[in-house]
Design a protein around this ligand. Structure first.
Ligand code: BES
Ligand code: MN
Ligand code: ZN
Length: 501
């Protein structure tokens, strides 16, 4: 899908479908729509008077019979003006994209969605429209794609979307927003592809291949650590998890350098490409969802892809801890004691608490090697976080409140939602072991999400750090974003990018 701006009166826009929207409580049509309506012989006003836009989210489309350059016009109810916000805008875009797909539209134009009335500057509103076009258009069809000629059910993706304005003065802002929105949307969809992909395709090696491609772009470099190197380094927690699997595991470090001097910002992702639970094996019902246990690493890789295009002023490090968690004759077992990169010993209580183990060494490595300005990890870490917050919000925990505040602000601009949970010293008690410095989880079953964060905190040195538990919104789209399909959401990509500016 290619998104661009177009300066023209609406009646002159040549396309298969021209979409416009009005507020339900608007007394008159805005000037651009009034002009279009004159060309159309009053078809917009007639429908409105008829009550065709009265219901919430309603809309109707009709053929223009060559009165306008567009083949069809769609008009939608945007709701009440005072309730107009980003979500309403995104829903309207989703509605258009869904209909356009159904009608097999190749060239779509967005004529008037009242983006001038959004509380954001025009470029920001255009960003949201472009981003949402891509997110709403996304379909995971790697294994179902049919050619148009093969089957009448075959999909026809939208080829172009034009954001139309009558005023030449707006074009610069529109283009700016379209560019960044396109990068954000594509990077989020890139992460969604990884999360949706099954274990037998999305392996640590598949990540490596994608990371190598990104690393070829200017400003980017990639460091690859295999388990032999990690073992030598002393990353015993990572290697403990990886040893049960026959597919090779890696820690990947993608670096984006804008300048040499400044300490970087670091993003660290949990990349368990399949989590069986290991010897503490999970029940088989819904185990297949655990192909998504790499959503944190996917978000990091998606963000790095966008960063290679947006070239922000910050230096950025993207770290991905990639491994499967499998049961086998060489798998780690409960009772094992592993030695982490920072020297702490960890008794394994459950091999299913594997995410925190691979992250522990990745966090220590990142903190020590890069001394980052701050460090954010993303992980589908605990079922308890889904229990506490559902899928609507991710959990956020931190050792530095200002970092959390910054993330909350970035998330607000990104349209993603988090909720902060406490991280008092007292929670560390839950991780006491008789035999080692720490236990990897608590038998008590108390504070599952916070105790996991308390574990991670033992490995971040003095670095300002925030932990995002995306086990809820990071996997399937169950009530997370109503402008996306039901598959993976790419959660986290947009927040990370907003953090950089
Ligand atoms: N990947 C899971 C967390 C998870 C569970 C994400 C369900 C999404 C849906 C993680 O590795 C895990 O297994 N966590 C355990 C922790 C427990 C053993 C302390 C959990 O949540 O049950
Ligand atoms: Mn697990
Ligand atoms: Zn896991």
């Amino acid at each position: 899908m290619q998104i661009k701006s177009q300066i023209a009166p609406l009646a002159k826009v040549k396309c298969d479908l021209l979409a416009v929207a009005v507020f339900k409580d608007a007394k008159t049509l805005p000037p651009e729509l009034a002009a279009l309506d004159r060309t159309l012989g009053g078809a917009l006003q007639t429908g409105i008077k008829q009550g065709d836009l009265a219901r919430k989210g309603s809309g109707y489309w009709f053929y223009t019979s060559k009165k306008a350059a567009a083949t069809r016009v769609l008009i939608m109810n945007l709701g009440l003006r005072k309730e107009y916000d980003d979500e309403k805008l995104r829903q309207a875009v989703h509605q258009v994209i869904t209909l356009a797909r159904r009608l097999r539209v190749a060239h779509l134009a967005l004529g008037h969605l009242a983006i001038e009335e959004s509380k954001w500057p025009l470029a920001e509103a255009a960003h949201k429209v472009a981003e949402t076009c891509l997110l709403a258009h996304y379909k995971y069809d790697a294994f179902t794609k049919k050619k148009e000629t093969d089957d009448e059910d075959a999909d026809r993706p939208i080829e172009t979307v034009a954001l139309v304005s009558a005023h030449a003065s707006t074009q610069k802002a529109l283009n700016q927003g379209i560019r960044s929105g396109t990068v954000y949307g594509s990077a989020t969809n890139f992460a969604r592809d990884l999360v949706n992909g099954p274990r037998n395709h999305v392996t640590p090696d598949a990540f490596l291949e994608k990371a190598r491609k990104i690393a070829r772009r200017p400003g980017m470099t990639l460091k690859v650590f295999n388990t032999a190197q990690l073992k030598k380094m002393g990353a015993g927690c990572f290697c403990g998890v990886a040893q049960g699997s026959d597919n090779p595991a890696y820690m990947l470090v993608l670096e984006y350098r804008h300048n040499q001097k400044n300490p970087p910002v670091a993003f660290v992702g949990k990349g368990i490409t399949f989590d069986t639970g290991g010897i503490s094996i999970k029940p088989s019902t819904k185990m297949r969802d655990m192909k998504m246990d790499m959503a944190g690493a996917a978000a990091v890789l998606g963000a790095m892809l966008a960063i290679s295009e947006l070239k922000p002023k910050e230096n950025v490090i993207g770290v991905m801890a990639l491994s499967e968690n499998m049961p086998s004759g060489h798998a780690y077992t409960p009772g094992d004691i592993l030695k982490a990169l920072n020297g702490k010993t960890v008794e394994i209580n459950s091999t299913d608490a594997e995410g925190r183990l691979v992250l522990a060494d990745a966090l220590t490595y990142t903190a020590r090697t890069y001394k980052p300005k701050y460090m954010v990890d993303l992980a589908t870490l605990t079922g308890a976080c889904r229990t506490a917050l559902g899928t609507y919000r991710a959990g956020l925990m931190t050792n530095h409140q200002a970092t959390a505040d910054q993330i909350m602000q970035a998330a607000e601009r990104a349209g993603e939602r988090y909720w902060q949970l406490p991280l008092d010293k007292a929670y560390k008690k839950l991780l006491k072991s008789k035999y080692a410095d720490l236990m990897n989880n608590s038998d008590s079953g108390l504070a599952g999400t916070i105790s996991a964060a308390a574990f991670l905190q033992e490995f971040v040195e003095k670095t300002h750090w925030a932990h995002l538990d995306i086990a809820g919104p990071g996997m399937e789209n169950e009530g997370v974003f109503d402008y996306m399909d039901k598959t993976a959401t790419g959660f986290g990509v947009r927040t990370l990018l907003r953090l950089l500016g």
